[in-house]
Design a protein around this ligand. Structure first.
Ligand code: ATR
Length: 279
């Protein structure tokens, strides 16, 4: 039996069990495959993961909010090894109890890049990118984007000092929300949690004037305020985070099983489920 879990709080609405079950079926490894949700108490990651390891012997776990930093610390303090991109992100969304020991990765950033490049034929190479937000999601993204050959990466955050710190860590430039008025961005990515409070980051419409792509890491049944702002500003390709969700899962699946699965059928099924309006 190969047992997998997604750990979070809250975790009830996670789509990961469905996504991974579809991957397992398409890879022909569904027999003996299980993927369940595990809700840990906030601030008690170590207790939770220790009990899970003792009682369930997982082969792998996905880790979501608010435990990604805890999972990183846990891996390093238990003799594990983290991938370079997880090290740069200082956060982990994938744990793997491999035969040679504990391994950890962060597949969030590569998930977004795969979604843009494979599904939407948007190349990061040469692109002028604006990232909104300076939290864990922005850090995970920068850990990957810094190696993708972007022409420039600007970082803007509601609290400018946080953008300045994070930008310095990755050698990119921080700008104020108001500085973005002049545009000059091909791709604008919203990593903030503003959508959760039904808001958009306070950037002007003119920030989008050269943008061909706007991407919100968040997803919901209807367009987020950031997506509406981007559409109203004339951006042609406006995407939510469903594609990234499926692609980061596929990268985790590969990390655990060494099998690359076709993501398009799973993307269609999950997108249909997320965006289906109530009857
Ligand atoms: P995560 O790990 O998901 O990135 P986080 O570390 O709590 O979460 O960071 C949340 C990010 O969303 C921060 O950049 C936050 O901006 P501040 O640093 O100014 O708090 C940003 N954010 C949250 N609500 C926002 C809003 N209404 N408008 C703009 N930015 C917002």
């Amino acid at each position: 039996m190969s047992r997998y879990f997604v750990i979070g709080n809250p975790v009830e609405h996670s789509l990961s069990p469905e996504i991974h079950s579809m991957f397992a079926a398409s890879a022909g490894i569904q027999d003996g495959f299980s993927y369940e949700k595990a809700r840990f108490e906030t601030g008690r990651f170590v207790e939770g993961i220790s009990a899970l390891v003792r009682e369930q012997s997982p082969k792998g776990c996905n880790v979501t909010l608010p435990f990604k930093l805890d999972a990183y610390d846990y891996c390093l303090s238990h003799g594990g090894r983290v991938t370079p991109r997880a090290k740069a992100a200082k956060a982990v969304n994938t744990l793997f109890w491999a035969p040679e020991g504990l391994r950890a990765d962060n597949t969030d950033g590569i998930g977004l890049v795969q979604d843009l490049e494979k599904r939407w034929a948007v190349s990061m190479r040469g692109a002028r990118v604006l990232i909104l937000g300076a939290g864990g999601a922005a850090r995970g993204l920068l850990a990957v984007l810094k190696d993708e050959g972007c022409a420039s990466i600007h970082l803007a955050n509601r609290t400018p000092a946080k953008a300045a710190d994070l930008a310095a860590d990755f050698g990119v430039r921080s700008v104020l929300f108001t500085d973005t008025w002049a545009g000059g961005y091909d791709i604008i990515i919203n990593t903030t949690s503003a959508s959760l409070s039904n808001e958009a980051p306070a950037i002007p419409n003119s920030a989008f004037k050269d943008a061909s792509v706007a991407y919100d890491l968040f997803y919901s049944i209807v367009d987020t305020p950031f997506m509406r702002l981007a559409k109203d500003s004339g951006v042609k390709l406006v995407l939510d985070g469903v594609g990234m969700l499926v692609e980061q899962a596929a990268e985790s699946f590969y990390f655990w099983n060494g099998i690359r699965v076709a993501t398009e059928p799973v993307y269609r099924a999950i997108s249909e489920k997320v965006h289906r309006l109530p009857e």
